[in-house]
Ligand binder design. Sequence first.
Ligand code: BTN
Length: 325
Amino acid sequence: MNSNVKHELLKRLFEANGAPISGQEFADEYGLSRTAIWKYIKEFEEEGYEIASIRKKGYVLLSSPDRINAANIQQHLKTDHYGKIIHYYESCPSTQLIAHDAAQANADDGTLFVAEEQTAGKGRMSRPWNSAAQKGIWMSIVIRPSLMPHQAPQMTLVAAVAIVRAIEELTGIEPTIKWPNDIMISGKKMTGILTELQADPDRVKAIILGIGMNVNQTEEDFPIELKSIATSLRLEGGQVVDRSRLIAEILYYLELYTTMYEKHGFSPIKLLWESYANIEGKRIRAVMLNETIEGSAIGISDDGLLELKMDDGSVRAIFSADIEI
Ligand code: BTN
């Protein structure tokens, strides 16, 4: 089976937006038999698509399953580059590892790696990341921005702002950002971001941006140890969210804000970030490798560091920590 033709057929069915696609015309265009097209249609049905066959007119796509695949994402895509190349996996150990290898092998800017399930998902500080099948968004994007290596950590904040904006646009839910890389709703974590770097001393070669989002989990889907600290969009909004659309929306804002960061520096991102994080004046405990400190939040610095005002009036800028508010 030629997967490119199959992909193109699905894309046409989506693009037709409820109008019929002639099996004969499509077969002629690709030099195939009508039976070959019919076999593709049967495969789509087995994958959960609902397709009506109308005599003398062709095939109409009635509904698509809640599955993440390249065609489902690409029909919603509004970007120039991001998501134009998508590698999809039913199950893989970690999209982050695959994306790293691909970046080293020259993957294009904006190449997306997305999985329905990860068997060895990884979080910050080498913690495991729960990536249950068909419930969340587990994806890594290779980005090649024109940045110096010291500007790379701020990409976590760029991504956080893009994700919050995308969620707001699509669901109306208003999450908050917890520095540096967590997206929270009702005090529970719904998204984590893992930013990794491939760089020469004077330039970023690639940023591997890993995003793990809890989207359609119900209470029972979370393992016991996560129940009190994790949440999903479905739990908060009461509705199943179309994950492919959400991915397309995130890619759109990620491209927009990355370009903004490249062109105008960190100031506009900082403003957006502070409006979504709402931490100014809040009492914060920062747990670092060697010490734990407490102070009230001032905001973030131009380098994306968290600034705390200590009780003695001094200011501490924090590079990396787990924070408790
Ligand atoms: C965190 O610790 O908060 C960051 C979690 C990042 C998880 C994502 S899921 C997709 C990508 N693949 C991985 O193995 N990790 C990242």
